[in-house]
Design a protein around this ligand. Structure first.
Ligand code: PEP
Ligand code: MG
Length: 582
């Protein structure tokens, strides 16, 4: 039966595929396709790991001391029984042979299928066996580590016609999860999924931001999607409308197939603007920069015609490593790769911004902090660990020897933080001088993300070469709305008069003093807001590479000189959203 689940649209386009449900705890499992010829050996790989766990448990059984509690013996019996469960074994065989999933993926997929059955059981004792099953799978996975199958294949996408014919292998897959951390998302960047849906998350949560940078359809905040959708259901993700359609009828499938093709045609049309300079009708040159998360994203930025990188979110180098931080050399190599990848175009590297919805590692998420977005995040974290911060500063300065680099500092609010930060930059230079290591010049900029910073802009202009407005956080902190919380997503409003006033005044002040100013929050990539930002005097926009051409199209159609009066009226209006239409 067809039904729809509503959420928040975060990354545009239509994806049609079969659902793959993944529990958040199982995100670190590799997802790739094997070759048909590998089916037997892959099933054997899982079986061997399973048998090793059986041996392990049987050994344990013989070693149990006489005075051990009887529960322990019973528990090991249950684990043995689960390990030999036919449904588990047949399920794994099915996912490997019918879908060509790698062993780990097949195992966790079948775990999800069976776990659901446990969830639905009336008997509490049986319901609780789900945890045992998870432990057993965990043990098998541990045994499989280091014994990966040799070839990881790229996904082969099928056409709409193939879908309608109901092929069982080789079809697009969409990921459905309760939650995904930004680090999880990053893993999926190299993965096989054509779209994804999460139960939780806001429009500018970092998970959504990474999804947008992947340029695949995505919906977040879809509440109970991961409960309602079953493994292998056919699903349509409408990333424009924020709707997930489950088990669509052939007519709906055909309709969305048409929309999908239309989207491809539109993209193709936009791609012709790649080499067109971003100049308004009245001759204003606009700088369209890229936001990136990893050094290799530089290629997508260049391909999209970006004039440089306006925001390299360096924290992605720090995340998902179990708390082990990259040292100076590793960071230097990464920044250097980004700089060289941009082929002489400027790269703005933001110092690490972990905390809030970007924990260093899922396991390290500190539940004790009730308000992580207001806690030890971004520059506060860096200043709390000067040795770590100096490693990063030296790495960035060294990368600047290979091309134009700007240094950007997130989440500053206090004069004392500004002075401490600049003193540490000086120290990093002195360290490199003392070591005789080569480094390059950098301009230093601050992000305006906290209302306190926007309201004391003169202080920032005194110390910094340029400013970049992080509207994602500026909105969060001005309106006291957690940007990652879908339950207050309806109140997260870029057009709130208070937000617009802070933004408008910041841009105007920078322009008056001749200081460079950009917007690097999601507002910069929203084509519905391009004219407004141009009218407010913004000339530098930084966004996901995938958005650049659509924003350029708006720029080419705009007459910036005529937009200023209108934009001022929008900012002054009681209801700016309505005023924008007028
Ligand atoms: C912002 O806050 O607008 C921004 C660009 O930084 P981030 O989204 O990484 O917090
Ligand atoms: Mg921010």
């Amino acid at each position: 039966m067809t039904f729809a689940v509503h959420g928040l649209p975060v990354a545009r386009g239509i994806a049609i595929g079969r659902a793959v449900l993944v529990a958040s705890s199982r995100m670190d499992v590799a997802h790739y396709f094997i070759e048909p010829a590998q089916v037997e050996s892959e099933i054997m790989r899982v079986r061997r790991a399973r048998n090793s766990v059986v041996d392990e448990i049987q050994r344990l059984q013989t070693e149990i001391p006489k005075d051990a509690p009887p529960e322990l013996t019973a528990l090991l019996d249950v684990h043995l029984m689960l390990l030999q469960d036919k449904e588990m074994e047949n399920g794994v065989k099915h996912w490997v042979s019918e879908r060509l999933y790698n062993g780990e993926w097949a195992l966790t997929t079948q775990l999800e299928v069976i776990a659901r059955q446990f969830d639905e059981m009336e008997d509490e004792y049986l319901r609780e066996r789900k945890a045992d099953l998870e432990q057993v799978v965990e043990r098998i996975l541990r045994h499989m580590k280091g014994a990966a199958s040799p070839v990881a294949d790229k996904p082969r996408r099928k056409t709409q016609q193939d879908l309608l014919l109901g092929d069982t292998i080789d079809v697009p897959l969409v990921l459905i999860a309760h939650d995904l951390s930004p680090a999880d998302m990053l893993q999926f960047k190299k993965s096989v999924f054509a779209g994804f849906v999460t139960d939780v998350g806001g429009r500018t949560s970092h998970t959504a931001i990474v999804a947008r940078s992947m340029d695949i359809p995505a919906v977040v905040g879809a509440r109970s999607a991961s409960q309602l959708v079953r493994q292998d259901d056919w699903v349509i993700i409408d990333g424009d409308a924020g709707v997930v359609i489950v088990d669509p009828s052939p007519i709906i499938l055909a309709e969305y197939g048409y929309k999908q093709r239309q989207g491809e045609v539109d993209r193709e049309r936009l791609s012709r603007l790649r080499h067109t300079p971003a100049v308004t009708l009245d001759g204003q040159r606009i700088e369209l920069l890229a936001n990136i998360e990893m050094p290799d994203d530089a290629a997508a930025a260049v391909k999209a015609g970006a004039a440089g990188v306006g925001l390299f979110r360096s924290e992605f180098l720090f995340m998902g490593r179990g708390g082990d931080l990259p040292g100076e050399e590793e960071q230097y190599q990464a920044y250097r790769r980004a700089v060289e990848g941009m082929q002489g175009l400027p790269v703005t590297i933001r110092t690490v911004d972990v905390g809030a919805d970007k924990p260093l590692d899922r396991a390290l998420k500190d539940e004790a902090h009730l308000n992580p977005a207001l806690g030890l995040r971004a520059i506060r974290w860096s200043l709390a660990d000067p040795a770590m911060f100096l490693d990063q500063l030296r790495a960035i300065l060294r990368a600047a020897a290979h091309g134009p680099v700007q240094l950007l500092i997130p989440m500053l609010a206090h004069g004392s933080e500004i002075r401490q930060t600049l003193a540490l930059v000086e120290q990093a230079r002195a360290d490199l001088d003392a070591r005789g290591v080569e480094y390059g010049p950098v301009k230093i900029g601050a992000m305006i993300e906290i209302p306190a910073a926007a309201l004391t802009l003169k202080l920032f202009l005194k110390y910094f070469d340029f400013l970049s407005v992080g509207t994602n956080d500026l909105i969060q902190y001005t309106l006291a709305i957690d940007r990652a919380d879908e339950s207050v997503a309806h109140l997260y409003d870029p057009l709130h008069p208070a937000v617009l006033r802070l933004l408008a005044d910041s841009i105007a002040e920078c322009n008056a003093q001749g200081k460079g100013v950009s917007v690097c929050g999601e507002m910069a990539g929203d084509t519905a807001l391009t004219r407004l930002l141009l009218g407010l005097g913004l000339r530098t926009f930084s966004m996901h590479p995938a958005q650049i051409l659509a924003v350029k199209q708006e720029v080419l159609r705009a007459d910036a000189s005529k937009l200023a009066t209108w934009a001022r009226a929008v900012v002054e209006a009681e209801d700016p959203a309505s005023a924008m239409q007028g």
